[in-house]
Structure formats: C-alpha cells, structure tokens
Design a protein around this ligand. Structure first.
Ligand SMILES: [Zn+2]
Length: 266
C-alpha cells in the first residue's frame, strides 16, 4: 500500500468516510431502538417515504433538499450531515497520523465504533451491548491475527486479552468502591464494557491513560455544568470521555505518556 498519490488517497478516504458516516447515522438511530440496521432501507421517520438513491447521498442530498423530506417536507436534523462530515474528517485524521498501512483498517474501525458509541451515549445514556460486546471480540480477533502474520494487529494478542480484563476490571473496582462509599451507582455496565473494548483493541497499556484522560476531561465538563447551574444529580454520561481517551491513545500514545510524566513532574 505504498502511497503513489497521497492526495488522491486522502480524497478517496474522505469520500468513503462520508459513506461510513451515513451508515453510522443508521446505527445511531436504530441500534438503541433495537431495530435492524439492514432492513428496512432508509426512510423518512415522519412519513415513511423510502429514500431514492439521489436523496441518500451524504451531505449533498441534505443540502439539495434544504434539510427537508422530499415527500412530506418535515425537517431532517442537521446532525445527519454533521456526523457524515465528522466521520470523513476523523477518518482522514487517522490516516494522516497512521499512514496507509494494513493496520489503518482496524484503526478506522475502532474510530468509527467510538464515534457511534459516543453519539448513542449522549442521546440515550446507554452503550448498547450490541456494539460493545462484538466490538470487544473483534478487537481481540484482529490482534490475535498477529499469529497468522496479518499485519492488522494494533497490539499483541496477550496485551489485548489483558486489556479486556484490566479495562473492565479497573472500572468495576471503581464502580464498586463508589457504590460502597456513596450508595449510588456512578457508572453503567456499558462504561465497563467500553473500557474493556478499548483494552481489547489497544492493549492493557492504553487502559490507564484512557481512564486518566476520561476523568480529567469528564471532570472539567462536570465543573462547567455545575457552574452553569445544572443539578448535582444531572447524570453526565461517561462513555464519550472514555471514547475520547481511547481515540487519543490510538493516535498519540507516545505524546500522551510524555505529557502525563510531565504532569507528574517526572
Ligand atoms: Zn417525510
């Protein structure tokens, strides 16, 4: 996969990212509702109008239709084209940081899964097992493919296995201690599985700093919410911060370790 024309590859990946973003819209909308992500084909949630292919082009159709259903005129959220654009941008960033090699494929899959989980968690305060459990298994399998010399692995199979245990286990411990101390549930089971998933893809070494980034960024946002007058019991989902931590650890692990050691004064 030697890049002869890197610009063309980035453009291709960007366009491909738009299509994936379009698919993620379907996932984010349907998975929490326990609907199939394959059938029925894309339709207007208001009138059931089945989209023609020209109405289903990422970003472009939304612009052409001026954000309205062609059939009933009800408005289509700006979040659909926004997720398509975001997915394209994130995909290009990953390729730019990662380079065009085989392990770019799992790096992109990991990124898209985190993106979908983040949006679902923000919308529903849930991280569906339908994504986290197979996600964990897929991460382990991809890293286990190192045994076949596949070039896809992001870490060693042993690191991935330990990553699941450390990711799931460390949050389980935190949640248990928190429950004993406060009598309240601080974290959902989905958070445990998400950190297990991140461990499965990136290895146990990434788990601690993912958690650290999540705690710092989540804490900062919680402070902003408190200052903004939101109640103490306002449940802020933790999944998006774990996802952020996992994504940063995918792309810049060395820099983050360095920054962390600097933070400790080492
Ligand atoms: Zn409609």
């Amino acid at each position: 996969m030697t890049p002869l024309f890197p610009v063309a590859e980035y453009v291709f990946l960007g366009l491909f990212g738009l299509l994936i973003g379009s698919f993620l819209n379907v996932v984010v909308h349907r998975v929490p509702r326990r609907e199939s992500i394959i059938r029925p084909s894309s339709h207007c949630p208001q009138c059931g109008h089945v989209l023609h292919s020209w109405e289903n082009i990422p970003v472009l159709s939304w612009l052409l239709l001026r954000g309205r259903c062609h059939s009933c005129g009800s408005s289509i959220s700006w979040r659909y084209p926004a997720l398509e654009l975001l997915t394209a941008i994130f995909s290009v960033v990953v390729a730019w940081q990662w380079g065009f090699r085989w392990s770019l494929i799992p790096a992109l899959l990991f990124t898209w899964a985190l993106l979908a989980l983040t949006l679902i968690d923000l919308e529903t305060q849930l991280l569906p097992d339908r994504i986290t459990k197979p996600g964990m298994l897929l991460g382990l399998l991809i890293n286990a493919s190192a045994f076949l010399g596949s070039g896809l692995a992001l870490t060693t199979p042993l690191n991935a296995l330990l990553g699941i245990f450390l990711g799931y286990g460390s949050l389980w411990l935190l949640a248990t201690v928190y429950l004993k101390m406060t009598g309240r549930h601080g974290m959902g089971g989905g958070d445990l599985k998400l950190l297990g998933l991140i461990g499965a893809w990136l290895g146990w070494q990434a788990v601690f700093l993912t958690l650290f980034i999540a705690a710092i960024s989540g804490g900062l946002v919680a402070i902003v919410f408190l200052l903004g007058g939101k109640g103490r019991d306002y449940a802020i989902p933790f999944g998006p911060y774990l996802a952020l931590g996992g994504w940063l650890m995918l792309l810049w692990p060395g820099d983050i370790v360095h920054a962390y050691l600097h933070f400790l004064g080492a």
